[in-house]
Design a protein around this ligand. Structure first.
Ligand code: ATP
Length: 446
C-alpha cells in the first residue's frame, strides 16, 4: 500500500486532527478525540453527505432521533437476541477473543493471540455488542436501556409520523446522522473500528417490486459520491455479500469497500431490508405501519433500501487516500520531500490560509484585512504569520489546505494584489484583493 496506518496516526496526532481520548490518564482503548482540524474534517464529511441526500433532492428528509429509545425497539429489531459476536475464552490466560478472528499456527492449531498457547479454547458464547445503561435511580432490569448500535431504528419507528407530517409519498427516504455505540471486542486500526462512532444512514421506503431497481440506484449514487469527492477508483470497489454473510433482515447487501493499509474494508453497506423492520415494529407495537398508496389504490408495507455509512471510517478513508509524499523544488533550486494531503477541497479542513510573507508590522494590517475579507465566504480560514514562509507552506500542505494567500511588501506598497498558491501544482498567481473572493470561489467550484 502507498502508506501505512502508523504514518496517518502520527500525522493526525502531531497536527491535532485525531488523538487518543483522555490521553493524560493513559487513554481508553477504542476511543479517540477530534481536535480543531478533525472537527472541520468530520463536518465536511457530514455536510457533503447532507448536501447529496437532502439539499440536492426532494425525496429525502432529515431526522434526529434520540440515542436512548424504548427497549422494545431493540427486541423488535432483533438486536437483543441477535446482535452478537461469538466469543471464546482462553483457559490458560483467561483473555477473551472473537472466534472468527482467531488464526492458526504453522501446525494448523488455533492459538491464543494473547499468550500464544494452542488448543486452549472452549466453546464459543454469544456476546451482545450493545452497551447497557439504566434510566432513573434504580439499576434493575426494569430500568435498563440500550445505547443504540445503529441509527436506522429511529427512522423505522418514526416512519409513519414523518411520512404524514412531511406529507411525503412513496418512494421517499428519511436520513439521519448521529452517534452509535458498539461494544466491539477488538477495536483496532485507528478510527476504523471504535466503540463510539457516528453513522450517516438513510432508509428509502419504496413500493414492493421496485426495491431491486432502487437498490441498484442507491449503490450507484453512493459509489459516485465517493468518486466525486476524489477517492481513487483502484482503491474502491463494490462487493456483494455472499448468501451466508447476509444479515437476518437483508434480501441483499453490497458493501462499498476501500483498500486500507491493512487490506480491503467496508466503508458503507447498502442493504435491501425488504419489509422486515416495519413488519417487526408493527407486530411488536400493535400499530398499523402500512402505507396507503393513492395512485395504486392499495395498502402495503413499504420495502426499504438502506445506505449506511460511518463518518469516522470515511474520514479515515479520505486521509489515507489523500496522503502523498513527493519531491518538491526548494527556493534555492534543490528539491525536498513534501508531505501533502491531496484532499478534495470540499473535504479539506482548512480552505484557505492567509500568510503574510514575514511578521512585519507593515504587512499585518493588510494581511488581517484579507483574512477578514475571506472569513464570511469560506468555512475555515487559517491565519498564520509565524516562521519561514516555506515552512508555513509545508504545514498547510500537510493538512491539505487547497490555497495559500500571501501578502507581501508589493501588496502594501504597490499593487494591492496577493499571491495565491495552489496546493497541488504549487503554482502561484497574482490576484487583486478586490477580486480575491470571486477568484477563490471559482476555483472551489471547479
Ligand atoms: P463491520 O463488519 O466492519 O463491523 P458492519 O457491517 O457491522 O461493519 P454496519 O452495521 O453495516 O457495519 O454499519 C454501517 C457503517 O457504520 C459501516 O460501514 C462503518 O462505516 C460504520 N461502522 C460500523 N461499525 C463501526 C465501528 N465499530 N467503528 C467505526 N465505524 C463503524
Amino acid at each position: 500500500h502507498h502508506t501505512s496506518m502508523e504514518t496517518i496516526v502520527e500525522l493526525c496526532k502531531r497536527r491535532g486532527i485525531i488523538f487518543q481520548s483522555s490521553e493524560i490518564y493513559g487513554g481508553l482503548r477504542g476511543a479517540w478525540d477530534y481536535g480543531p482540524l478533525g472537527v472541520a474534517l468530520k463536518d465536511n464529511v457530514r455536510n457533503a453527505w447532507r448536501k447529496s441526500m437532502f439539499q440536492l433532492r426532494d425525496d429525502v428528509v432529515p431526522l434526529e432521533a434520540s440515542i436512548l429509545m424504548n427497549p422494545q425497539v431493540w427486541e423488535a429489531s432483533g438486536h437483543v437476541g441477535g446482535f452478537t459476536d461469538p466469543l471464546v475464552e482462553c483457559s490458560n490466560c483467561n483473555t477473551r477473543h472473537r472466534e472468527d478472528q482467531l488464526e492458526t499456527n504453522k501446525k494448523g492449531e488455533v492459538y491464543c493471540p494473547s499468550c500464544g498457547q494452542a488448543g486452549t479454547f472452549g466453546e464459543a458464547k454469544a456476546f451482545n455488542l450493545m452497551f447497557r445503561t439504566f434510566v432513573g435511580p434504580t439499576e434493575d432490569t426494569a430500568a435498563q436501556v440500550w445505547l443504540r448500535p445503529e441509527t436506522a431504528q429511529g427512522m423505522f419507528v418514526d416512519f409513519a409520523h414523518v411520512q404524514l407530517t412531511a406529507r411525503k409519498k412513496i418512494p421517499f427516504g428519511i436520513g439521519q446522522i448521529g452517534r452509535s455505540f458498539r461494544n466491539e471486542i477488538t477495536p483496532r486500526n485507528f478510527i476504523f473500528r471504535v466503540r463510539e462512532f457516528e453513522q450517516m444512514e438513510m432508509e428509502f421506503f419504496c413500493k414492493p417490486g421496485t426495491d431491486e431497481e432502487w437498490h441498484a440506484y442507491w449503490i450507484r449514487q453512493r459509489y459516485d459520491w465517493y468518486r466525486n469527492l476524489g477517492l481513487r477508483t483502484d482503491n474502491i470497489r463494490i462487493r456483494p455479500h455472499a448468501d451466508d454473510e447476509l444479515s437476518h433482515y437483508s434480501k441483499g447487501t453490497v458493501d462499498i469497500e476501500y483498500r486500507f493499509p491493512m487490506g480491503w474494508g467496508e466503508i458503507e453497506g447498502i442493504a435491501n431490508r425488504g419489509n422486515f423492520d416495519l413488519t417487526q415494529h408493527a407486530e411488536h407495537s400493535g400499530k398499523d405501519l402500512s402505507y396507503f398508496d393513492q395512485a395504486a389504490d392499495e395498502r402495503y408495507l413499504p420495502y426499504v433500501i438502506e445506505p449506511a455509512a460511518g463518518v469516522d471510517r470515511i474520514a479515515l478513508t479520505f486521509l489515507v487516500d489523500a496522503y502523498r509524499q513527493e519531491e518538491a523544488p526548494t527556493a534555492k533550486g534543490g528539491t525536498e520531500t513534501r508531505t501533502v494531503l491531496k484532499l478534495h477541497p470540499e473535504i479539506a479542513p482548512v480552505k484557505v490560509a492567509v500568510l503574510p510573507l514575514s511578521k512585519k508590522d507593515t504587512l499585518t494590517p493588510t494581511a488581517r484585512e484579507v483574512n477578514d475579507l475571506l472569513k464570511p465566504h469560506f468555512a475555515n480560514v487559517d491565519y498564520d504569520e509565524a516562521g519561514q514562509i516555506g515552512r508555513r507552506y509545508r504545514r498547510q500542505d500537510e493538512v491539505g489546505t487547497p490555497f495559500c494567500v500571501t501578502v507581501d511588501f508589493e501588496t502594501v506598497e504597490d499593487d494591492r494584489a496577493v499571491t495565491v498558491r495552489d496546493r497541488d501544482t504549487m503554482t502561484q498567481e497574482r490576484i487583486p484583493i478586490e477580486k480575491l473572493v470571486g477568484y477563490l470561489q471559482e476555483r472551489f467550484a471547479q
